[in-house]
Ligand binder design. Structure first.
Ligand code: MF3
Ligand code: CO
Ligand code: CO
Length: 268
């Protein structure tokens, strides 16, 4: 039997308790693919080779890449190195020792979307980059802690922005998280900055991503001539982590937890 689709006045779909299982499965596959790519991330490998391995893993699992064919994008991942903020295009560029990179994968399993990204390091991680990665990861987790019924999207943005700025880093304003579920990108825009108590109220059954991008320098970005690659205007280093979550009666479920416990590159 079909239950009626519920949508808030802000256009945000409220999914049913039974829908969490579909998101869990899709999110888990996306996270598992990122776990399995870890040993390949070494100086000398190209981002195109990493992307091909990801595409193979998606196919092997009988899933579909959400990004291949999306608005003309042709790859199974976005790979964003150093001062690239997001939407880096896999290529024949080789990783160098000390490069930090975000790999972002979105898969479709039985119609459900799992979207996650995390940071990786090629070779040796330097102190500055490590601090950026730590702050960005903690910013995401603080945003997720604020994601519960009765709080607002502004509470999530505030939790992220206040933590990042306390650490003298900058939150990117030009890109945001998004609703997802049986579609890739849906309302609301999930801003990674904001004021407490503002924006739509969170309700059980909302599915969305939180995916803060944090810069060591200024927050401004620009998109390169390829129409995808976003970089920091001041060439400063940038990091990002992304989870897909669902709001439950008393908090949230993270759909994209790392099965291997390796979401953060320097944690065991
Ligand atoms: N996965 C990205 C996100 O977090 C979107 C990538 S779209 C692509 O929303 F076309 F660039 F792959
Ligand atoms: Co996303
Ligand atoms: Co993503």
């Amino acid at each position: 039997m079909d239950t009626k689709t519920r949508i808030t006045r802000e256009g945000i779909r409220l999914y049913e308790p039974a829908d969490f299982a579909g998101m869990h499965k899709a999110g888990r596959l996306a996270a598992e693919i990122l776990d399995r790519i870890i040993p390949m991330v070494e100086p000398g490998v190209t981002t195109g080779e990493l992307d091909q391995a990801i595409e193979d893993m998606v196919n092997e699992a009988g899933a579909t890449s959400a990004t291949i064919g999306y608005k003309g994008y042709e790859h199974a991942s976005c790979i964003s190195i150093n001062h690239v903020v997001c939407h880096g295009i896999p290529s024949d560029k080789k990783l160098k020792d000390g490069d930090i990179l975000n790999i972002d994968v979105t898969v479709i399993v039985d119609g459900w979307y799992g979207d996650t990204s995390r940071m990786f390091v090629a070779g040796k991680l330097n102190r500055k980059a490590e601090r950026l990665i730590d702050v960005t990861h903690e910013a995401l987790m603080r945003g997720i802690e604020a994601a519960k019924p009765g709080n607002t999207f502004g509470d999530i943005g505030f939790a992220i922005q206040s933590f990042v700025e306390k650490n003298r880093m900058a939150v990117v304003r030009d890109f945001c998280g998004h609703g997802l579920g049986q579609v890739f990108h849906a309302p609301p825009n999930v801003l990674h900055y904001g004021r407490p108590g503002t924006g739509p109220v969170l309700q059980e059954g909302m599915f969305f991503t939180i995916e803060p991008m944090v810069n060591l320098g200024r927050p401004e970005t620009k998109v390169l001539a390829d129409d995808w690659t976003a970089v920091t205007r001041d060439k400063s280093l940038s990091a990002q982590f992304e989870h897909s979550i669902g709001i439950t009666a008393d908090g949230n479920e993270i759909f994209t937890l790392s099965p291997a416990g390796k979401f953060h590159p320097t944690y065991a």
